[in-house]
Ligand binder design. Structure first.
Ligand SMILES: NC(=O)c1ccc[n+]([C@@H]2O[C@H](COP(=O)([O-])OP(=O)(O)OC[C@H]3O[C@@H](n4cnc5c(N)ncnc54)[C@H](O)[C@@H]3O)[C@@H](O)[C@H]2O)c1
Length: 314
């Protein structure tokens, strides 16, 4: 019998760890968090209090309670009774390999260790684990994890299938939308897709085709609205009309591949950087980061509510 996951340890309570902690508490789990930064506990509790109204709107699980958060600066104490560790420490391979080697010695074999790492591979991170590297896996969220459902799951060379199955069931059970990568890729997948689009935005802006605000409008009031509902491939199935995706390829293979050949490969020179930054500040029109984040989260909550109850497929 595999034990169900009731107690989670959070290592690192910065941007991502704090948001994971809020989500796990809202889903009715016990959370013990650890961080070495002075004032980390107060910042974490403040973050969770700020996130809680949104989590209430999404719907709290039975027994969900902010009182079920414990904080300790001591790593061994933080992970002592955990069923799963969600690690959100600094994105440095030397830090992560040393930490995983230590966790491997501290934790019984059945405890899963998931890393939020955006760019490191699990094969590299688990390299120092001498006892049970098979329970280590990447569980990569999107900021902020308490609102954005996607989690990318990818194992390293020594991760077991049983770990992938268990961690997938855990995240799915929390209401996350998981995708599994069958190979390790730098940056995993979703950030690569976002990077491909951003590369073209930087190219178009640097070529003087349009400014930053108009590029953002072209995405978020056009295809971006549809992408919040269905993925590009399914949308092209609809774009093919009655003939669906087959007709789409009949009709658009030529124009699409011609466009691919003209896509940009910009270099972020000091001038391009200045242009992009000035464009973003012009677009914000004096709105603060807090105001923009609130606007983003409000619209996200409405979109999530509109899509609540849809099956796991897009
Ligand atoms: N920021 C994002 O958008 C984002 C998105 C997805 C994944 N990630 C990944 O999440 C991880 C954390 O990123 P972040 O943006 O939250 O970074 P961050 O700098 O905000 O947080 C890292 C935290 O780790 C703490 N820390 C440092 N040493 C520690 C130790 N020995 N023990 C415990 N805590 C320690 C720091 O004090 C800090 O609070 C990274 O691996 C990153 O790749 C980040």
């Amino acid at each position: 019998m595999v034990k169900s996951i009731q107690r989670v340890a959070i290592i690192g309570t910065g941007t991502i760890g704090a948001s994971w902690a809020a989500l796990f508490l809202a889903r009715g789990l016990d959370v013990t968090a650890t961080d070495i930064a002075p004032g980390a506990e107060a910042r974490l509790r403040q973050y969770i209090d700020q996130a809680w109204p949104a989590l209430e709107r999404i719907g709290l699980a039975e027994g969900a309670d902010r009182q079920r958060l414990r904080f300790t600066a001591n790593l061994a104490e933080a992970v002592a009774s955990a069923d799963l560790v969600q690690e959100n420490g600094p994105e440095r391979i030397d830090f992560k390999t040393a930490l995983y080697e230590q966790l491997d010695r501290l934790l019984p074999a059945e405890v899963l260790i998931a890393s939020s790492s955006s760019g490191l591979t699990m094969s590299a991170i688990q390299a120092g684990c001498k006892l049970h590297p098979e329970r280590c896996v990447i569980g990569h969220p999107f900021n902020p994890p308490h609102l954005i459902p996607l989690v990318e799951i990818v194992g390293g060379a020594r991760t077991s299938e049983a770990t992938i199955t268990r961690v997938t069931a855990f995240y799915d059970g929390l209401g996350k939308r998981t995708v599994r990568l069958r190979k390790e890729m730098p940056g995993h997948v979703a950030n690569r897709l976002a990077a491909a689009l951003f590369r073209e935005i930087v190219y178009l802006v640097s070529e003087g085709v349009l400014d930053v605000a108009d590029a953002d409008t072209a995405v978020c009031w056009g295809p971006g609205l549809r992408w919040g509902v269905m993925g590009p491939s399914l949308l092209y199935h609809l774009g093919g009309g009655a003939g669906g995706i087959e007709h789409f390829f009949d009709q658009f293979t030529g124009p699409l591949t011609a466009m691919w050949r003209s896509l940009g490969d910009p270099v972020i020179t000091p001038e391009v950087r200045r242009l992009m930054i000035a464009g973003v500040h012009k677009e914000t029109d004096g709105r603060s980061l807090e105001a923009l984040a609130a606007q983003r989260d409000e619209a996200l909550l409405s979109l999530l509510a509109a899509r609540a109850g849809e099956s796991a497929r897009p």
